[in-house]
Ligand binder design. Structure first.
Ligand SMILES: Cc1ncc(COP(=O)(O)O)c(C=O)c1O
Length: 376
């Protein structure tokens, strides 16, 4: 029995995940938060902070910065300087700021987490897309497609690493190819690494794009947060790491007057999440790995649906096109299962399933999944 086995009732709470289907018997496996309580050290730190009773504007303090630096070095062998950090209320803000801070057109690889598609639009920047390719060995970048999508005015590449929704943990060779592509075409790489603590395969390791080389670091904006890994996205605490001073100043300039101070509870949670929650994190990864295997086994045995193995994230990206459904997400909702619609990720006919939930919830969801597939 794992602590993650115990369901916590999130109905009638502030949860947007559960609120979407309030009053309907639809299990919500859509938006990317998990149905698990935060690590006990995080909850204790929040309680201590609340006890203090004063909630004025806050900023980072030395032991928090120390915790971030130590975490990045221990987990990813990535050494950064404290002044490279720019605190943010969220990564989506970071994606939008990056689009405003880098003067030029934007390139990304699809399918992709929807704010990668909307941030360039909101920022008045043309967006160019290159499709990822699904090979027998899983999802890959298509370098010919990237080259042909590029224009002379493209200056920013939005990278999702690990990738939401396809679940790839990009390896060193793939990242080096991207770094060479960025160097050859003078691109800034904004690398969204929010899922970096969720690598599920024991033989894989997250490599921050900026840690590849001094040249890669110079053209990088890395976005990170403890929010996905420790399940605290509602606390609004994230950060960018921008080694190049000029690029960092442009990024800060684009934030000015728009982006508020970071929530003090988020900052308090961040320090202990990174420093004191290792045991909880190990247990989580084991639990998610077993959930992932269950999803893969179920999807593999149904006709008309396919998925590739998920290396990282708690999100399964499922191809349901062969079921021939006009509105796949609605069909699954009609069978009691709320999944994310691939159309929002630039891939109609696909669905994304969030398996960050207790096993009993997942087993019921997978039962409904199978029934929905057979009813198509
Ligand atoms: C790749 C990616 N980036 C950013 C976010 C959201 O970040 P935030 O809540 O910090 O804005 C998500 C959430 O699902 C995500 O998957």
């Amino acid at each position: 029995m794992s602590t993650f086995d115990t369901p916590i009732d999130r109905r009638d709470s502030d949860s947007i995940k559960w609120g979407k289907y309030a009053g309907r018997d639809i299990l919500p496996l859509w938006v990317a938060d998990m149905d698990f309580a935060a690590p006990p050290p995080v909850i204790a730190a929040l309680q201590r902070r609340i006890e203090h009773g004063v909630f004025g504007y806050g900023g980072p303090w030395p032991s928090l910065t120390e915790s971030v630096l130590a975490h990045l070095e221990t987990e990813y062998s990535w050494r950064i300087e404290p002044e490279w950090i720019v605190w943010l209320p969220g990564l989506v803000s970071g994606l939008n700021i990056a689009c405003r801070a880098v003067d030029g057109e934007v390139l990304t690889a699809t399918p992709i987490y929807p704010p990668f598609l909307s941030a360039p639009y909101f920022s008045g920047r043309p967006l160019h897309r290159a499709e990822l390719v699904r090979t027998e060995n899983g999802w890959r970048f298509d370098h010919a497609a990237l080259k042909s999508a590029l224009t002379a005015a493209t200056r920013l590449f939005l990278l999702c690493h690990p990738h939401n929704p396809v679940g790839r943990c990009w390896n060193r060779d793939e990242l080096l190819d991207l770094a060479a592509f960025a160097e050859a075409n003078d691109l800034v790489v904004c690398s969204d690494e929010i899922h970096c603590g969720l690598v599920l395969d024991a033989d894989k390791r997250h490599i921050p794009f900026a840690s590849l080389s001094a040249q890669a670091a110079k053209r990088s904006i890395t976005l990170m947060a403890p929010s996905k890994t420790f399940n605290i996205p509602g606390l609004g605490c994230a950060f960018a790491v921008i080694p190049d001073a000029k690029l960092r100043h442009r990024f800060e300039r684009a934030m000015a007057g728009i982006v508020p101070h970071v929530n003090v509870l988020g900052l308090a949670a961040c320090e202990v999440a990174y420093r004191d929650s290792g045991d909880w994190h190990h247990e989580l990864i084991d639990y998610l790995r077993a959930n992932r295997d269950l999803v893969f086994a179920t999807v593999s045995q149904e006709k008309g649906v396919k998925m590739t193995p998920v290396e990282a994230t708690y999100l399964a990206w499922i191809d349901v096109r062969e079921l021939g459904l006009v509105k796949p997400a609605e069909h699954f909702e009609a069978h009691g299962l709320g999944l994310s619609d691939g159309a929002d990720f630039g891939a109609p006919g696909w669905l994304r399933m969030n398996f960050g939930c207790p096993r009993s919830t997942l087993e019921e969801a997978l039962k409904r999944f199978s029934i929905a597939c057979r009813a198509a």
